[in-house]
Design a protein around this ligand. Structure first.
Ligand code: SIN
Ligand code: CO
Length: 381
């Protein structure tokens, strides 16, 4: 894959211009966004991923006008025996398993990491697709091998056919058609109706973004708050009067409980801490593999200074003005060179030179990095 600049990727627009004109607003078609792009995985490699139980995959078929949906894992032999037309296999989270797909995702780092979701790869037989639908998230659709014809619609009517196993718009009225060749890319904002049909067998790489609904965010926050809150005291009623109606919950009891619940409160700092933990939480299927024979701290220090380090592609390292968050937890970075940690979080890599140095904050940061190395969260280059 050639090394393209953000401007090339966005068809000559700067990141700022793209965000201003298109992001969450209007589609953008970029011819030859990545000139030599032909996809990152062969059909056999994708089928192999779809056979794993830690990889989310689905198969969408259309036969005699009827849509069907099946969830993986799939046996490669079953996938190989599918008909010549009208099906598509979609594999989610390919960036977690294939280094080149992670590199592709990180090309979109002009958007905060906390908004990046994953790279989904679809392989479609001729005529295959998931049907006319809309997505609730922004997406860049990068054409791998073969060609795909996209129909788009500005329609406001987003009614879905509830009788079908896949999200299909009841009425789709396309107003724009683009056929994408390898390396072409189409950006679609959330809620923009579209339908991509394979013209011959093809692969599409969807760079997807995460945007939690208020319900998801609120539920996650309340779960987190429950686990982090400590409330003092216990219900007490030393002035209790004899109960004439023992089944009644009286006003005094309500007031006492209401006063106890007033302790359930939060500040901006609490929200910031929750957010860092929530946004850096890896997907449920992610497991880290610690090195089988970790080297000691001193050897790590000199190897890191010589070779540099890189975050594991599954690691989520984020920060704000007060905290560093790693894979779902706030990190105790007291006394650490946080500039170094922030540089690692942004670049996801530190060269040896940047690790060299003997100051105390550096030593504390090195101890932290060593712990992350032992946990498999980062690796020596
Ligand atoms: C696909 O790759 O077939 C689906 C992508 C999409 O329409 O969002
Ligand atoms: Co879509």
């Amino acid at each position: 894959m050639v090394d393209v600049t953000v401007k090339q990727l966005l068809g000559g627009l700067s990141a700022a211009a793209f965000l201003r004109r298109h992001w969450q607003k209007e589609p953008l078609l970029v011819r030859q966004a990545i000139g030599d792009f032909r996809g990152l995985l062969s059909r056999a490699e994708l089928f192999k991923l779809a056979g794993r139980d830690d990889v989310e995959s689905r198969l969408v078929r259309r036969a005699r006008g009827r849509w069907t949906l099946a969830h993986g894992p799939f046996r490669a032999a079953d996938l190989r025996s599918l008909p010549a037309r009208d099906w598509t296999l979609l594999v989610q989270g390919v960036n977690l398993h294939v280094a080149a797909a992670d590199t592709l995702l990180r090309r979109f780092a002009f958007i905060p990491y906390a908004r990046l979701d994953d790279v989904m790869v679809s392989y479609a037989a001729s005529g295959g697709g998931v049907g006319p639908h809309f997505d609730s998230y922004d997406v860049f659709l990068l054409q791998g091998e073969g060609r795909r014809c996209w129909n788009l619609s500005l329609q406001r009517d987003l009614t879905l056919d509830a009788s079908l196993p896949v999200k299909i718009l009841t009425r789709f009225r396309p107003d724009t058609e683009y056929t994408l060749d390898p390396g072409d890319m189409l950006y679609l904002p959330p809620g923009h109706a579209h339908d991509g049909v394979a013209v011959g067998a093809c692969t599409t790489y969807s760079i997807g973004f995460r945007a939690p609904s208020a319900q998801e965010l609120g539920t996650a926050f309340l779960d987190w708050l429950r686990d982090s809150i400590t409330l003092e005291g216990r219900y007490a009623d030393p002035s209790l009067a004899p109960a004439a109606e023992p089944a009644r919950i009286d006003e005094a009891m309500k007031k006492r409980c209401s006063a106890m619940l007033a302790g359930v409160s939060w500040s901006d700092a609490v929200v910031a801490r929750f957010l860092g933990c929530y946004l850096s939480e890896p997907k449920a299927s992610v497991f880290f593999e610690p090195p089988s024979r970790p080297i000691g701290l001193a050897a790590f220090r000199s190897a890191a200074a010589r070779r540099g380090i890189s975050l594991d592609r599954r690691t989520q390292l984020l920060y704000d003005s007060r905290n560093v968050f790693l894979n779902g937890s706030a990190v105790d970075s007291t006394g650490c060179d946080t500039v170094l940690i922030e540089r690692l979080a942004n670049a996801r890599h530190l060269s040896g030179v940047k690790l060299a140095g003997a100051s105390l904050p550096r030593a504390a940061a090195l101890a932290l990095l060593y712990r992350w190395y032992c946990d498999g969260f980062l690796h020596l280059d």
